[in-house]
Design a protein around this ligand. Structure first.
Ligand SMILES: [Zn+2]
Length: 376
C-alpha cells in the first residue's frame, strides 16, 4: 500500500512523510477513525515508507525489494497484531495473530478498508467473540526482542487494540513506557473509550475524519472504473465510509434516481399497475441494494426539505437529481416529508430484521400514497 493509493487525508500523509524526511518519527502513533475508514491503509503505507530503500519526499518508492515485500505484507520487520477467535482444538490453530497470518495477508490485499465483520467472515470464524488474547502478550514481546532484520525500523501494526485482553494491553503498555530503540507502534482504533488511557496518552493520535464525497468519487472512478454518475450516487449513500462505498459498487443500481422517480410517481398516482413491476424489481435486488434504495429515497426527501426552506445552494445533487427534487418538493410540505421519512426509516428497520420485502414495499408505497393525498 502506498499513500498515493489512499484517497484524501493529505494533512496526515504530509505529517507522516515529513517525519520520515526529518528522521523524527514518533515511536507510537494511533490512527483513530471509524469503521470502514482509511486507518489501516495509512498504517500500511507508512510502514512501507519507513522500510523503503529509496523513499521519495512523500511516499515509498513502490519498486525496491522492501516495497515488494510490503506489497505482499511479508516484510520481516513489519509485524501484525489483530483480533482473532478460537476455532477449537481440531483447527490446530491457537487464538493468536501469528496462526492467522496467511488469512490476514489475503484480507489486507482484498479488504484494506474492511471492518471486523469482513475479517470474521474472511477467515471463517463464527459469531464467537473476537479478541486479542492474553497469549498475544508473549508474541508482542517476542517479535520485538530481535533487532530489525533488514533496515532501520521494526514496526508493529496493531489493528483494533480495543479488543485487547488486559494482559496483552498491559504488555503493550510496558513496552510503550520503555520503547525498544527504533521500534514504531502503529495502532488503528475506532473507539477511544475502549482503550486504556495510559496507552492513548503514550501515542501521537491522528483523528481521521470521514472522507469527503469528491475523494470517494475519485477513488471509485480511478481505481474501480465506476462511471462518475454512479460513483456520485455511491458516495452520497456511503457518507464518507470507504468500505461501504466499495461494497456498494456491485449493489447500487446503475440509476437509483430513475427508480425513485418511477416509485414516487406510482405512489403519487396510487396506481397498482405502476407499483407492481417496481415491487418485483425491489424484491429481486439484494438486501444491501434494497436498503441503499430506501436510504437514497430518504436523502432525496432531505434535499426536498432544503429546497422547501429555500436552501437549494446547500444541496449536493447532480443536475437531474436537483430537477427531480425541485419538482417533487411542489407536491409535498414539511409535515408530509416528515411522515414519509418516518415511514422509510421504519421500513429500513424492518427489512434489516428480515421482514418480507414485497409486503414491506407495498406497505410503504400505500402509506406514502396516503401522505400525497393529504397534500392535495
Ligand atoms: Zn521502496
Amino acid at each position: 500500500m502506498l499513500f498515493s493509493q489512499i484517497p484524501g487525508m493529505q494533512d496526515v500523509k504530509e505529517i507522516l512523510a515529513r517525519s520520515v524526511r526529518n528522521d523524527h518519527v514518533a515511536h507510537a502513533q494511533m490512527f483513530l477513525g471509524h469503521e470502514g475508514g482509511p486507518g489501516l491503509a495509512l498504517a500500511l503505507a507508512f510502514a512501507s515508507m519507513l522500510t523503503c530503500d529509496h523513499p521519495t519526499e512523500t511516499d515509498a518508492c513502490g519498486l525496491c525489494s522492501s516495497c515488494h515485500k510490503n506489497k505482499k505484507f511479508i516484510h520481516p520487520d513489519v509485524h501484525f497484531i489483530f483480533p482473532v477467535v478460537s476455532l477449537g482444538k481440531e483447527s490446530g490453530k491457537e487464538a493468536v495473530s501469528q496462526a492467522f497470518l496467511t488469512e490476514w495477508r489475503s484480507f489486507l490485499a482484498e479488504y484494506p478498508y474492511g471492518n471486523e465483520e469482513d475479517w470474521v467472515y474472511f477467515f471463517g470464524g463464527s459469531n464467537k467473540q473476537l479478541n486479542i488474547s492474553k497469549e498475544e502478550a508473549r508474541n508482542i514481546i517476542k517479535s520485538l526482542s530481535y533487532s530489525s532484520l533488514e533496515g532501520k525500523y521494526k514496526i508493529m501494526i496493531i489493528w483494533l487494540p480495543e479488543y485487547m485482553h488486559p494482559n496483552a494491553a498491559n504488555a503493550l503498555l510496558k513496552i510503550l513506557e520503555e520503547p525498544p530503540k527504533n521500534t514504531i507502534f502503529l495502532l488503528i482504533a475506532n473507539d477511544e473509550e475502549k482503550l486504556l488511557s495510559t496507552i492513548t496518552s503514550r501515542t501521537q493520535i491522528f483523528r481521521l475524519p470521514p472522507l469527503p464525497d469528491d475523494e470517494i468519487v475519485r477513488l471509485l472512478s480511478l481505481q474501480n472504473n465506476v462511471d462518475t454518475y454512479k460513483a456520485q450516487q455511491i458516495a452520497y449513500v456511503a457518507r464518507g465510509n470507504l468500505r461501504e462505498a466499495l461494497r456498494l459498487i456491485d449493489e447500487v443500481e446503475e440509476d437509483q434516481l430513475e427508480w425513485v422517480q418511477k416509485w414516487m410517481r406510482a405512489c403519487f398516482s396510487a396506481k397498482a399497475e405502476m407499483l407492481l413491476p417496481l415491487m418485483e424489481e425491489f424484491s429481486k435486488s439484494g438486501k444491501a441494494a434494497r436498503k441503499s434504495l430506501l436510504h437514497y429515497t430518504l436523502d432525496i426527501l432531505r434535499e426536498s426539505l432544503l429546497v422547501l426552506c429555500g436552501r437549494q445552494t446547500l444541496t449536493r445533487l447532480t443536475q437531474s437529481e436537483l430537477e427531480f427534487v425541485v419538482n417533487f418538493s411542489k407536491s409535498v410540505d414539511f409535515d408530509k416529508i416528515e411522515s414519509m421519512a418516518k415511514i422509510l426509516e421504519d421500513a429500513i428497520y424492518h427489512l434489516e430484521r428480515n421482514a418480507s420485502d414485497k409486503i414491506t414495499f407495498l406497505d410503504i408505497s400505500f402509506l406514502i400514497s396516503r401522505c400525497f393525498i393529504r397534500t392535495r
